[in-house]
Design a protein around this ligand. Structure first.
Ligand code: GLY
Ligand code: MN
Ligand code: MN
Length: 435
């Protein structure tokens, strides 16, 4: 549990206050089989983790709002034999004090207890549609309550998506969360540095991936926050390239999008550098355009700015750059209006970042891009991807560049969490120097 139990208790109390009335039921993630007798490494559900700091599978949090609010956890019983095979389980009794709940029950009692807990409650908040098996289970509980109608007991008449409430609360990070994100960012930046130093023509993309993963695990990240992209040459123009099975070629660029997860919090960094340690003039020209687009976008991150402002700032610089590179012809505003840049820049300039790499939270409110507020965390990641084509100057073929940093909106502007990872042409060439 990364934070004190009282931090989670206070978060749950805030959720209860927001709910006003009703019941919230939220399960953690299931264990998932990979193949026979082997499971994917276990990762808790992000909402559940934010509410509890409880890392075991087979657990459910129940929050009863109203005049006498209750915070309840269902979790696995202690089991001496299973603990020999799979490791420690808290069990309901120890979990109650350790995780600051009012009540705890064995997970096996969920179907008995839930109908009782739902009696005479106006609303039920849960992750509607997330998992058909849970939908069926919840309907079973509701029907069990409805069956008591003649005893004067009513079932919740309103179903609400628990995630809508929690997403909005997760959007603003507290100081403890920001510390975790700084740590994930620092470790991930050092992983990129390690990859820069190791990089040589002829190496396999997988070897660079190994350098990244080594540094993340060595410094305490529990896992990569997402599968690393290690894309040499033309592979960089495949946005979700994760095969990482080609050899690096002298003269090509290498694009790496990799970040670690620390106590649940993600870093998300992209750097692009020349495999041989020196940019060609054409690579440098494109790189400087993307770097300038990123600087303009980061400059647009400040409290009160629209979510769209960094993207709009990046688009102006990138589209002008595409005109200068003779990739586009026409007038800047018209090309932006027509979205002509999309041939070479087809994604947006960022996303929320937190417990999920594409973190919780709406981007628009009432149809308008929302405004940035202190405590929000996002990525700023412009790019330019130029595939080989007859109407493209040959020296630009297969140049794929993205530069991605993680940014925290402060009271006055922006804190770049990932500043440790080199990104100017000079800093990258310096980091790659093999003396
Ligand atoms: N690494 C995922 C992304 O950049 O959105
Ligand atoms: Mn990203
Ligand atoms: Mn990324």
């Amino acid at each position: 549990m990364p934070f004190d139990a009282e931090v989670y208790r206070a978060r749950r109390a805030r959720v209860l206050a927001e709910m006003g009335a009703g019941v919230l039921v939220l399960a953690t993630a299931p264990e998932v089989a990979r193949n026979r007798d082997t499971h994917y490494p276990y990762r808790y559900d992000s909402h559940f983790w934010w509410l509890t700091g409880f890392a075991e599978p087979e657990a459910v949090v129940v929050l009863l709002a109203g005049d006498a609010p209750r915070q309840i956890l269902f979790c696995r019983e202690k089991n001496a034999e299973r603990e020999v095979w799979d490791g420690f389980r808290h069990g309901p009794e120890a979990a109650r004090t350790r995780f600051a709940f009012d009540d705890t029950f064995a997970i096996d009692r969920l179907d008995q207890e839930l109908p009782r807990l739902l009696e005479n409650q106006a609303a039920l908040h849960y992750a509607i549609g997330h998992d058909p098996a849970w939908d069926a289970r919840v309907l079973g509980w509701l029907n069990a309550v409805r069956a008591k109608a003649r005893a004067g007991i009513t079932a919740p008449g309103t179903l609400l998506d628990a995630r809508a409430l929690l997403d909005e609360m997760r959007l603003i990070k507290d100081t403890g969360e920001l510390e975790c994100m700084r740590r994930a960012a620092d470790i991930s930046a050092r992983a990129h540095l390690r990859a820069m130093r190791a990089c040589r023509p002829g190496m396999g993309e997988w070897e660079i991936e190994a350098e990244l993963l080594y540094q993340m695990r060595k410094e305490g990240c529990q896992a990569p926050a997402y599968p690393p992209i290690v894309a040499g040459g033309a592979n960089a123009c495949v946005l979700h390239y994760v095969a990482n099975d080609q050899r690096l070629v002298a003269g090509d660029l290498l694009l790496i999008d990799a970040g670690g997860e620390y106590d649940g919090y993600a870093a998300d960094i992209t750097r692009t550098w020349p495999v041989s340690g020196r940019f060609t003039p054409a690579q440098k020209e494109v790189y400087e355009i993307v770097l300038a687009a990123q600087a303009a976008a980061i400059d647009a991150v400040r409290p009160g700015a629209s979510w769209q402002a960094p993207h709009a700032a990046a688009l102006r610089v990138l589209t002008q750059g595409m005109i200068d590179l003779k990739l586009l012809t026409g007038e800047l505003d018209g090309l932006i209006e027509q979205e002509a840049y999309k041939r070479f820049y087809m994604h947006r300039t960022g996303h929320w970042l937190g417990l999920d790499v594409h973190d919780a939270g709406e981007y628009k409110l009432n149809g308008e891009w929302r405004l940035l507020r202190p405590g929000m965390t996002l990525t700023v990641e412009p790019g330019c991807y130029i595939r080989a084509a007859d109407d493209v100057p040959t020296e630009l073929w297969n140049i794929g560049i993205r530069i991605e940093d993680d940014v925290h909106v402060t009271d006055t502007g922006a804190e770049v969490l990932t500043a440790l990872a080199p990104k100017s042409v000079a800093a990258l060439e310096e980091a790659m120097r093999h003396d």
